[in-house]
Design a protein. Structure first.
Length: 437
C-alpha cells in the first residue's frame, strides 16, 4: 500500500514542465538554519506530511488486520504469511512498467487517484462476500499502486521544497514517520483488533485513504506534468525508456545500488527475529524487542543527522556510514542474548543515517525530466530487494543456524557495500568534473 505523497488547490505554475522548480517562498532565505522547523513552515509540506501519516498508519493497521482475517477464514499459516509477502511482490513489475505515470501526468492528480484506488480496494475487502482469493488479489493491486504513488510524491517534493536542504529534510521526516509507524502502528492495530473485528479494523483504512486524498487535493497546488505525453503515447514504452536511461547512467545506477544493497542484507535479523528469539529462549517479548530495535536506532540517528549536521557534514558521512552500517550484525556470530542482540540492531539501524546525504546526491544526479521515473524505480527496487532479502535469509536458515545467517549477512553486506562505495566515489569525482567543465 502507498506509504508516501505530494501536491492542493492553487493555480498551476506558469513555467513549462521540466523547468527547475524555484525554492519555496515560505521556506525563508536560509532553510538550513531552521532545520526541520523550516520544512514544516512550508504549507504544502504540512498537507503532505499529514496525508502520509494518516495513510501509513492505515496501511500498517490494515496489513495486520488482513493477515488476521485471512487466517480466520482459512486456518492456513501459509496463506496468512503470503498476505504479507504480497505487499512486496508487485513492486518490481509495477515500478518498472508504470514508472512513466510519475512524469507523464500532474502529480496531484496521480496521488489523489492512487489514494482513491486504494480506498476502493480496501472497501471491497471489507465486504463479507469477498473470497480469500479476492482479498489476496486486492492486496496485490494496492501494493502495485504503491511505487507509483511514492515515486510521484518524492519527485513532487522537489517542486514543493526545492532541490536543496529542505528537500533532504522533508524526505527525512517522511522516513521517520515510516519507521515510527512500525513501532506505533502494530500496537495500535493490536488494540483495534481487541475492540473490532478484523473487517472492522480494515474499515478504518478506508477512512485514512479518503482523508489522505482530501488533504492532497485541497492542500497542494496543481502542477503540470514533467514531460509531454500525458494525453497519448505508449506508457509502457515511456516507462521502459526511462528505466533504461536511469539504469544506463553509471552515476545514477551506483547511487541506486547504494540504496538497495545495504537494504538487501539488513532485513535478515528482522526476517529471522522469531526463530532467533526462540533459539535464545527470549519468548514472544523477545521477538518484539528484536523487531523494534533497528527502527529505534534508525529514528535516533536520522533525527541527530537531520538536526545537528549541515548539508556538507551529511554528505561527508554517506560512504563511511554506508560501508560500516552492517558491521554490527557480525556480532551475531557470538550468539548474543537479549541485551547485546538489540544493541547490535540499534547500531545497524543507526547506520541508515547515510541515506539523508544520499538523497541529496540522487536528486542532484537525476535529470529533472526523469525524476518521477527514477524515484519510482528507487522505491520499487528498495521494496523488492527487501522482500528478496527476507526470503533468502529464511532459506539460508533452513541449512545454517539462525545466528550464523545473520552474522554472514552483516559480513557479506559490509564487503559488498565497501566495493560499491569505492565505485560511487569514483563516479562522484567524474560527476563533479563533468559539471565543472
Amino acid at each position: 500500500m502507498p506509504k508516501d505523497i505530494t501536491a492542493p488547490a492553487g493555480t498551476p505554475r506558469e513555467e513549462p514542465a521540466g523547468a527547475p522548480a524555484p525554492p519555496p517562498e515560505s521556506a525563508g532565505p536560509d532553510p538550513a538554519a531552521g532545520g526541520y522547523r523550516a520544512v514544516f513552515a512550508v504549507r504544502e509540506f504540512r498537507a503532505v506530511f499529514a496525508a502520509h501519516l494518516l495513510s501509513l498508519l492505515g496501511v500498517v493497521v490494515s496489513e495486520l488486520a488482513l493477515t488476521v482475517l485471512v487466517y480466520e477464514l482459512t486456518g492456513s499459516p501459509l496463506l496468512s504469511a503470503l498476505t504479507f509477502a504480497l505487499g512486496f511482490l508487485p513492486y518490481a513489475v509495477s515500478g518498472t512498467l508504470l514508472a512513466g505515470v510519475a512524469d507523464r501526468y500532474p502529480a496531484r492528480r496521480v496521488l489523489v487517484i492512487c489514494d482513491l484506488i486504494c480506498a476502493g480496494c480496501v472497501a471491497v475487502m471489507v465486504l463479507q462476500a469477498t473470497p480469500v482469493w479476492g482479498l489476496l488479489a486486492l492486496r496485490c493491486l494496492v501494493a502495485a499502486v504503491a511505487p507509483v504513488f511514492t515515486g510521484t510524491r518524492t519527485a513532487a517534493l522537489t517542486d514543493i521544497l526545492g532541490e536543496g536542504d529542505l528537500y533532504v529534510l522533508g524526505r527525512s521526516l517522511l522516513r521517520l514517520v515510516s519507521q515510527s509507524a512500525l513501532l506505533v502502528g502494530f500496537g495500535a492495530g493490536g488494540v483495534l483488533l481487541t475492540a473490532l473485528s478484523a473487517r472492522g479494523a480494515i474499515t478504518v483504512t478506508v477512512l485514512t485513504f479518503l482523508s489522505s486524498a482530501a488533504l492532497l487535493r485541497l492542500g497542494t497546488r496543481d502542477r503540470p506534468a514533467r514531460t509531454e505525453g500525458g494525453t497519448g503515447g505508449a506508457l509502457l514504452a515511456d516507462s521502459l525508456s526511462g528505466a533504461r536511461a536511469v539504469l544506463g547512467d553509471r552515476r545514477i545506477l551506483g547511487l541506486l545500488l547504494l540504496f538497495w544493497v545495504p537494504a538487501f542484507f539488513v532485513v535478515a535479523p528482522e526476517a529471522l527475529a522469531a526463530p532467533y528469539a526462540d533459539a535464545i529462549g527470549a519468548g514472544p517479548a523477545g521477538v518484539g524487542l528484536l523487531m523494534g530495535a533497528m527502527a529505534v536506532g534508525h529514528i535516533g540517528a536520522e533525527l541527530y543527522v537531520g538536526t545537528a549536521l549541515g548539508p556538507r557534514a551529511r554528505s561527508r558521512i554517506v560512504l563511511p556510514a554506508a560501508a560500516l552500517g552492517l558491521l554490527p550484525l557480525a556480532l551475531y556470530a557470538f550468539r548474543p542474548g537479549t541485551v547485546l542482540a538489540p544493541a547490535a540492531l540499534v547500531l545497524a539501524g543507526a547506520g541508515a543515517a547515510y541515506v539523508i546525504g544520499l538523497d541529496q546526491w540522487f536528486v542532484e544526479a537525476v535529470p529533472e525530466h526523469l525524476r518521477g521515473r527514477a524515484m519510482t524505480l528507487l522505491t520499487a527496487g528498495l521494496m523488492t530487494v527487501q522482500g528478496l532479502g527476507m526470503a533468502l535469509a529464511g532459506l539460508a536458515a533452513e541449512f545454517l543456524p539462525v545466528h550464523e545467517v545473520i552474522a554472514w549477512s552483516g559480513a557479506l553486506g559490509t564487503l559488498c557495500t565497501l566495493l560499491l562505495a569505492v565505485e560511487v566515489r569514483r563516479t562522484r569525482v567524474r560527476y563533479r568534473s563533468a559539471r565543472q567543465s
